[in-house]
Design a protein around this ligand. Structure first.
Ligand code: LLP
Length: 413
């Protein structure tokens, strides 16, 4: 559920007509809905009810400070993968003590910063990383709290670029090696085992792989506890999918039931790392039609948002809904909606039936709140879009449109 709906034929974000935002700040512009963000956060956390848990929002999905602040104010924690994300969390007023740090390539510097900040735990992804974290802990005269991220070797049945829990994936340590690694860590003075972690992939649309992976990991959690490792946190990662087109992902309630069933009897404090499920449908990308162009093969609609602004369609052939900001009647024609970037992959929508778009017309690219702006680049020297946060009838710019001068900041001719 989201708060982007038509009122009298005009698409609104909550009570704000999207055309008013486009008029004031131009396009392309990301627009987020406060009501949708806070609702998703509440629904996911309520689904886990009384079971002790912490929602660590996955910052990579959308790292705007205003979005982070909303979740911090809601009592949320954070899942980060870099020193940059840690800095954002702190800048937004998030608590390091509710922050977990994953990623296969943490540098010793990043470890040191995170340890000094007092994060909840490091999710360690290899034996060598474990040794490095120990060294950093000892150097700082402390024990670094860690969980091992294990790879449960479960097929998440999602796009191969965003599946992370397969044997062939670079993430986590092989399931079979975990016991030996915890035993090794027990001998190291710079480490303190506090949890166990897994994450099998993103945009999961069925509960079965979640059940399989978490049951397996819960079993490991129990036997590690029996072996005397004082684990308290079971981090089950993120991955809950959303509806972009026709997908029917598990509801937060069904997801929670599946997870809680799988972890029954572990007594573990659960850590969840949802990204997309919280922010995906809470954002749209506003774009304007520049030109139509008919070739013998196709009808192209060229818009002012390109793959540098939203890379998901180009990178994953992902589907995003397209809605005209002003509803129009008419017969639908099949068009390819493309951006201005000099790449044939810069296609927002292929063979999409739309009432023939008009020059200057505004469209909302739907479900663009996750992995939209956070993956945007300045390719083709295109300044990145502005970001706007709507709250009821009010709205404000939460990131200014990048300026052309920003493009060469730090460069020397
Ligand atoms: N935890 C870990 C360890 C992760 O690697 C990820 C996502 C998450 C949590 C959050 O997953 P979510 O709840 O958002 O599915 N750029 C891709 C998605 C990449 C996901 C990477 N890891 C996309 O646009 O679909």
């Amino acid at each position: 559920m989201n708060h982007f709906t038509y009122h009298r034929g005009i698409l609104h974000a909550e009570q704000v007509p999207l055309a008013a935002i486009a008029e004031a700040v131009g396009t392309p512009t990301y627009v987020y809905s406060t009501a949708t963000l806070t609702r998703h956060f509440r629904v996911v956390t309520e689904a886990f009810g009384q079971h002790p848990h912490l929602l660590c929002y996955s910052v990579k999905a959308n790292s705007n400070l205003a979005v982070l602040r909303l979740f911090a104010q809601g009592g949320g924690g954070f899942d980060i993968v870099s020193g940059g994300e840690l800095a954002r969390v702190r800048q937004a007023g998030g608590a390091p003590s509710r922050t977990v740090f994953a990623g296969v390539g943490k540098t010793p510097d990043e470890m040191e910063q995170a340890l000094a900040a007092g994060i909840l735990m490091f999710n360690v992804e290899s034996a060598e990383e474990l040794e490095m974290l120990d060294a950093v802990g000892r150097r700082m005269g402390t024990r670094a709290p860690f969980a091992l991220r294990v790879n449960p070797d479960v097929d998440a049945r999602t796009h191969r670029y965003i599946a992370t829990g397969l044997k062939t994936s670079k993430f986590g340590v092989p399931f079979e090696e975990a016991v030996a690694l915890y035993a090794r860590a027990r001998k190291l003075k710079g480490l303190r085992a506090v949890g166990l972690d897994c994450h099998i992939g993103s945009q999961l649309t069925s509960a079965a792989p979640v059940k399989a992976a978490i049951s397996k990991v819960a079993g490991l959690y129990r036997s590690l506890r029996e072996q005397g490792h004082p684990l308290v946190h079971l981090d089950i990662g993120g991955g809950l999918g959303i509806t972009y087109a026709e997908e029917t992902p598990p509801s937060p309630q069904e997801y929670a039931r599946t997870v809680l069933e799988a972890v029954k009897g572990t007594g573990a404090h659960l850590i969840l790392e949802p990204g997309r499920a919280l922010v995906g449908n809470a954002g749209v990308l506003l774009t304007r039609v520049l030109y139509r162009k008919r070739t013998p093969a196709k009808l192209f609609v060229v818009v002012d948002a390109g793959m540098n602004d939203l890379i998901r369609p180009a990178l994953y052939e992902a589907h995003h809904g397209l809605r005209p900001v002003v509803k129009r009647r008419g017969k639908a024609v099949e068009v390819d909606v493309v951006g201005p970037v000099c790449e044939s992959s810069d296609v927002l929508a292929r063979a999409r039936p739309l009432v023939l778009p008009q020059q200057g017309e505004l469209y909302a690219v739907m479900s663009a709140g996750a992995y939209g702006m956070s993956m945007a680049s300045t390719y083709n020297s295109r300044p990145r879009p502005a970001e706007v946060l709507v709250d009821g009838a009010a709205w404000r710019v939460v990131r200014e449109r990048e300026r052309v001068e920003d493009l060469w900041r730090g460069e020397r001719a």
